[in-house]
Design a protein. Structure first.
Ligand code: TMP
Length: 213
């Protein structure tokens, strides 16, 4: 039986990587094989693209950073490698894949944030990854001020090229994520990410159990 593909989505500082880890531990305790991974990245090729995309001291410092279209193509290229080399093989052998960000981040950031058409981003995904979608997408939501406090604590002001964009960009990203979740309730669980990680984990587990059953 193929495994399940679970993705965590949301803005910066909402706790996606902590919740990915806690969910993977819970699934392993049930005897399942679980692969945890992230985007952009997850394979050597995709990690190389990640370094180019998020480097804020390279080209971006001199005002020569990627435009929105080049950025969308690079995210799609990284995803293509990740899907082909890691995600599809893991699912095919029956493992669960728990991934920190995926396609909906491209739709929210390069689409909602940077203004590209959603249909174009979906076309890139069809070309790059044959349109593979998660079985279940957990959207973590948090008050922006609390998320900013968590990011400050975690990164001490060292935000990457995209994380460091203006508040109105991140507000458009958050609004786009909410729209996607409303449009596809059978694929999305929207989970409040306030409170202790263990409390959020209990909500996540209940949602994944009902969406991925
Ligand atoms: P991370 O900091 O959560 O690892 O994500 C890296 C940054 O890349 C984050 O600011 C979100 C952004 N991003 C996109 O803009 N588009 C995408 O498709 C993905 C996967 C991430």
């Amino acid at each position: 039986m193929p495994g399940k593909f679970v993705v965590f989505e949301g803005g910066e500082g909402v706790g996606k990587s902590t919740q990915s880890r806690l969910l993977a531990e819970a699934m392993r305790a049930r005897g399942l094989e679980v692969v945890t991974t992230r985007e952009p990245g997850g394979t050597p090729g995709a990690e190389a693209i990640r370094a180019m995309l998020l480097d804020k001291d390279g080209l971006a410092k001199d005002g020569l950073g990627w435009g929105a279209r080049a950025e969308a193509l690079l995210f799609a290229a990284a995803r293509a490698d990740h899907v082909e080399r890691l995600i599809r093989p893991a699912l095919a052998r029956g493992a669960w894949v728990v991934c920190d960000r995926y396609l909906d981040s491209s739709r929210a950031y390069q689409g909602g944030g940077s203004g590209l058409e959603d249909a174009d981003i979906l076309t890139l995904h069809r070309i790059g990854s044959a349109g593979l979608l998660p079985d279940c997408t957990v959207l973590l939501t948090l008050d922006p001020a609390e998320a900013a406090r968590r990011v400050e604590k975690r990164d001490a002001g060292a935000l990457d090229r995209i994380g460091g964009r203006a508040a109105d960009y991140h507000a458009r990203v958050a609004a786009a994520f909410r729209r996607f979740a409303e449009a596809e309730p059978e694929r999305f669980a929207v989970i409040a990410a306030n409170g202790a990680p263990e409390a959020v984990h209990v909500r996540v587990l209940a949602a994944v159990d009902s969406l991925c059953a």
